[in-house]
Design a protein. Structure first.
Length: 222
């Protein structure tokens, strides 16, 4: 019996060590994947120029102008993608992107490319890229939590980051069964970083009557 107990203990410890080793390996792979994702995004940002569609009749007008210039300059293929208000042009190399920026700076004041090219949001020369707003949400928010107060708290916290921006925020419908609802919002990159890095995704809420923590999560749907 004693020998069986010892063997069981050794087996348990061995199993625990194996699990710990596997977990350590998984964490290491995740860290490497995150680093690689970061390198890839920095590369994309360095090659991408962002244009505002607010002053353009359509994205096609800007695309045609860029393609005409790229053909004359003998650039490689350009990838385009657009949102409601922005057009992103990703060139093949950083040098080609910078050459296009220099060309745009020499254009006439009312040239469509010069009017719509966005400056770098980071303040660094050459990084003309604006990340699309990130969708966030706070689930299981009790009806006693005031929406306007939540908005006020988020705006005050995000304003402290200077570059951070609360793009949109929406109150959800209160469930008659749970008396709770979901508050959804969109923020830009600097605000996202501040919420999850500085505040660990936890926003303190108080209005004099109700005191609670709001747990922010990324709104990610299949």
């Amino acid at each position: 019996m004693a020998s069986e107990s010892i063997l069981d203990a050794i087996h348990e410890q061995t199993t625990n060590l194996e699990k710990a080793s596997n977990l350590s390996t998984i964490r290491q792979h995740l860290k490497e994947a995150v680093r690689e994702q970061g390198r890839t995004e920095r590369d994309v940002r360095a090659k991408t120029a962002t244009f505002s569609l607010m002053k353009a009749h359509s994205a096609e007008v800007i695309q045609d102008k860029i393609m005409a210039y790229a053909q004359l300059a003998q650039f490689g293929p350009i990838s385009f993608r657009s949102s409601k208000d922005l057009l992103f042009a990703q060139l093949t190399t950083v040098g080609e992107k910078e050459a296009m920026i220099d060309f745009i700076k020499l254009c006439e004041p009312h040239d469509i490319l010069k009017e719509t090219l966005l400056p770098s949001p980071s303040g660094k020369s050459g990084l003309h890229f604006e990340r699309l707003p990130i969708k966030l949400e706070v689930n299981n928010v009790h009806s006693s939590v005031n929406f306007n107060k939540v908005k006020e708290i988020f705006e005050s916290l995000i304003d402290d980051t200077k570059a951070g921006k609360l793009v949109a925020i929406k109150d959800g419908k209160v469930s008659s069964q749970t008396n709770k609802r979901t508050i959804s919002m969109k923020v830009n990159g600097p605000a996202f970083w501040d919420i999850f890095s500085t505040m660990n995704g936890i926003i303190p809420y108080t209005d004099g009557k109700t005191k609670t923590n709001l747990f922010v999560r990324i709104n990610c749907r299949p």
